[in-house]
Design a protein around this ligand. Structure first.
Ligand code: FES
Length: 124
């Protein structure tokens, strides 16, 4: 008896798609498993603050985790060092990540101002 075919989407490694919901704007976009928040945003036409282009230097890509902390990769040293440099802002460190470093492995809800779809105009 022949085996049932494996659905192409399930067979393709990294094909899982997760949802990133951004507050307060309500912007929502999808990420492949293991993609960073910033990579996914840029691929999906979402403008996410950055000046160093994903080098863990500018810290402008930071965000606060609202839900789904367990669905992000563990923090590595370069991200931790970059966040130490902006500790003065008073955001609770365990809830804060860098968009260029945090890899997505499940649905997350985050808070970051100034995130918008590419076609939207800034209101100010
Ligand atoms: S993009 Fe500059 S620190 Fe993440």
């Amino acid at each position: 008896m022949p085996e049932a075919p494996v659905p192409a989407q399930a067979a393709k490694a990294g094909a899982a798609r997760w949802t990133i919901h951004v507050l307060p704007s309500g912007v929502e976009f999808r990420a492949r498993d293991g993609q960073t928040v910033l990579e996914a945003a840029e691929e999906q036409g979402v403008i996410w603050p950055t000046t160093c282009r994903a080098n863990a230097e500018c810290t402008r890509c930071f965000f606060e985790i609202v839900e789904g902390r367990e669905n992000l990769s563990a923090m590595e040293r370069r991200e931790e060092e970059a966040l130490d440099a902006i500790r003065w802002r008073g955001i609770p460190r365990p809830l804060e990540r860098l968009g260029c470093c945090a890899e997505v492995h499940g649905d997350v809800v985050v808070r970051r101002r100034s995130v918008r779809k590419r076609e939207e105009k800034a209101t100010r």
